[in-house]
Design a protein around this ligand. Sequence first.
Ligand code: NIG
Length: 391
Amino acid sequence: MTATLLTGIGELVTCDPHAGDGSPLGIVREAAVVIEDGRIAWVGAGAHAPAADERIDAEGRSVVPGFVDSHTHLVFAGERSAEFAARMVGEPYTGGGIMTTVAATRAASTEFLRANALRLLREMASSGTTTVEIKSGYGLNVSDERRLLQVARESSTETTFLGAHVVPAEYAHDRAEYVALVAGEMLDACAPLARWVDVFCDRGAFDEDETRTVLSAGVAAGLGARLHGNQLEHGPGIQLAVEFAAASVDHCNFVSDEDVVALAGSTTVATLLPGADFSTPAPYADARRLLDAGATVALATNCNPGSSYVTSIPFCIALAVREMHMTPAEALRAATAGGARALRREDVGQIAVGCSADLVLLDAPSFVHLAYRPAAPIVSAVWQAGERVGG
Ligand code: NIG
């Protein structure tokens, strides 16, 4: 077992509020970290660091936790740049393009889907992401939904069954039959490969009763609940997520005062997706209102070929600071500890003893540079479970 000492850290952002300066970011100055057996073995002042087998000098730079991207749709084929270009000159985003990706995905080989997902995961790792949730949702029949989850499972334990993404064209004549398929045979085939069940509860996707049917069946099958809600219009998504004690409700662009109160009094995280708001385009979710009310907020990329072909959490942090009125500290916490909460994980999203050794060395003296220097390649090195994976 080799112990590695990462020392000379000018600013260590632990995201452990019990550490360092006592702020929500738990900042330790002139710090060091020991990594052993894939875990954080020691955190503290560099002057008191124990001996180790290897030593890496951060040369005064900032180290932050690996980013936790709690909402992606990485297993797909094809791309929809023409749809994006049309939206930029006024076409609305309706979710209708999802079926374009379903057709391409069904036609693709498993080898292609795997290679494409790995390509995107490499992009994510190089920009500092070390934990990724991956949804199905571009198969929409029993065999393809299962195939997508098999591919997702090869790269992540955070896999989500999203058979209820939209109703595919072949069931347009009988929505009830499709909902019964999703909540029955499709769920039976997919549940062993998933940790979570998700429903796109919105205009043009699934209504309140349909969402209840799928979530209830998923929870009964042992899956944790999460939801896409309130992306395209105000609807029942947030209230349903709270009622089902979902780990997260994602998008949250159209939110009522009652929704804010419900979220603030719940364990459900509001996961905001600034890449989708940028790319659809949509009014940015009101992070300030949610945070001021006491809700827990996460930031994720929502990487998919339609609404958000974005792999970079630093880009999302910059957007959240500029467009959602989050402070840089709130945005970083939302992309680390917030994402971990959205996945009900305590071993990631923070740099604390016993946690997975997921760390990002920034080529900058402060984490604020994540928003201050958008698009600059400041991710210098990335460790996932103690292994160097990017930067
Ligand atoms: O989270 N809104 C639903 N699902 C995805 C979009 C998928 C697509 O357009 O292909 C999302 O934005």
